[in-house]
Write a protein that binds this ligand. Structure first.
Ligand SMILES: Cc1cc2nc3c(=O)[nH]c(=O)nc-3n(C[C@H](O)[C@H](O)[C@H](O)COP(=O)(O)OP(=O)(O)OC[C@H]3O[C@@H](n4cnc5c(N)ncnc54)[C@H](O)[C@@H]3O)c2cc1C
Length: 355
């Protein structure tokens, strides 16, 4: 039977980085079990690739501030994967939950750059639907580049990676967790459940309530006048279009059309989308940014998004690191956004790991 010091379930960005941290903490046999055929192929790849710098969270000051702190660090540590050769703008829609003046005050309060956009940029927007446009500092990350680097780091550190290996927790006592790994029995002294949308579907209960959304992001090629621009229209049922470096294209998400379904129950099995919402996304976004009417639609990426139910109203994105009620040897980790990795690793570092 396979016996591990630590088994990390889920080979997304969080699972891989947690495994590296456990190895650095002195655990000898650390294994990442990933049920897909590739690491970082689920939410760590299928997302908007935004390196958050606070702007997105005017309703959660704590998350905005934390994003600001992590932004510089992330851009330095993952410089090889940072895409910043384009300009980013936040446009405030008429009828937004924050006014342009409030947005400016909010940016000042979190210490984030926010300058009025040049009139050349302002002219790209429908004047009756947009109150104001600001140039900000926000970048994108290349998930494929991070995957390549993390893969090398895991190999160099001697972390074993099992692909196509579904893990399920069977039982746990004070000393050991028993699992099945690819259908075979296995044990581990510690289990780190880093399965994001599947957090309470691997055989351990998670007491924090999690909301899931089946989401769609449209991959597009913008027309020349929008090339080199990232644009987020705030704050309400609007949209974001920005470079998607891993796909060498742009992603478009829309607050109204990106979610296809949402549910609070356990399990990551979601109803398959019956049809794409890309046409609606493009049509509605083009009302605010008419150039998008000339964008070429390439394809859609679907993924299940997981957020803490208690943050539904304020949009906050704290991390969750929760010990299982049945055994302190099982920790469930929900990262919520990529730059939160530092908050998770801090907690892992402060934990005492018995070899
Ligand atoms: C539509 C969307 C847009 C987003 N936009 C952004 C953004 O712009 N910026 C940002 O910072 N964050 C964004 N996020 C959030 C971000 O993607 C996640 O916080 C992050 O990817 C979570 O990483 P992870 O490693 O926890 O999850 P994942 O990458 O999903 O990894 C979990 C892994 O667990 C595996 N797994 C599940 N069950 C099992 C099992 N039983 N056995 C073995 N393996 C299993 C899965 O196959 C998966 O690979 C977005 C998310 C979505 C869905």
């Amino acid at each position: 039977m396979r016996q591990h010091d630590a088994l990390v379930i889920g080979g997304g960005f969080f699972g891989c980085k947690v495994a590296l941290e456990l190895k650095a903490a002195g655990l000898r046999h650390v294994v990442v079990a990933e049920r897909e055929k590739q690491l970082l192929s689920r939410a760590s790849y299928v997302n908007q690739a935004r390196i958050h710098n606070g702007y997105h969270y005017p309703r959660s000051f704590a998350t905005a501030k934390r994003s600001r702190d992590n932004f510089q660090r992330f851009c330095r540590d993952y410089a090889y994967a940072v895409s910043n050769g384009w300009d980013k703008y936040y446009a405030i829609a008429a009828g937004s939950k924050v006014s342009a003046a409030q947005f400016q005050r909010f940016c000042a309060a979190i210490g984030a750059t926010c300058q009025p956009a040049w009139s050349r940029i302002g002219k790209l927007f429908a004047p009756d639907l947009i109150e104001d446009v600001f140039k900000v500092q926000e970048f994108a990350f290349d998930a494929a580049a991070i995957r390549d680097r993390v893969q090398r780091e895991l190999a160099d550190a001697g972390v074993e990676v099992l692909l196509g290996a579904e893990a399920r927790i069977v039982a746990a006592d004070a000393d050991t967790v028993r699992l099945t790994l690819g259908g075979e029995p296995a044990t581990a002294r510690h289990v780190l459940n880093c399965t994001y949308a599947a957090l309470d579907a691997v055989g351990c209960r998670v007491t924090s309530r999690i909301k899931r959304e089946l989401t769609e992001m449209a991959m597009i090629r913008p027309p020349p006048e929008l090339d080199g621009l990232g644009i987020t229209v705030m704050d309400g049922p609007f949209f974001s279009v920005m470079p998607f470096p891993a796909g060498r294209c742009y992603s478009l998400s829309h607050v109204r059309y990106t979610p296809h379904a949402s549910w609070h129950d356990a399990a990551d099995a979601a109803p398959a989308p019956l049809r794409s919402n890309a046409e609606s996304m493009l049509r509605d976004s083009a009302r605010y940014l008419p150039g998008l009417g000339k964008a070429a639609y390439l394809r859609s990426l679907f993924e299940i998004k997981a957020v803490l139910a208690r943050n539904e109203a304020d949009d906050g994105r704290p991390v969750l690191v929760e010990a299982s009620p049945t055994s302190p040897r099982i920790l469930s980790v929900l990262g919520a956004k990529i730059d939160n990795i530092y908050d998770v690793l801090d907690i892992i570092r402060q934990t005492v790991w018995e070899a």
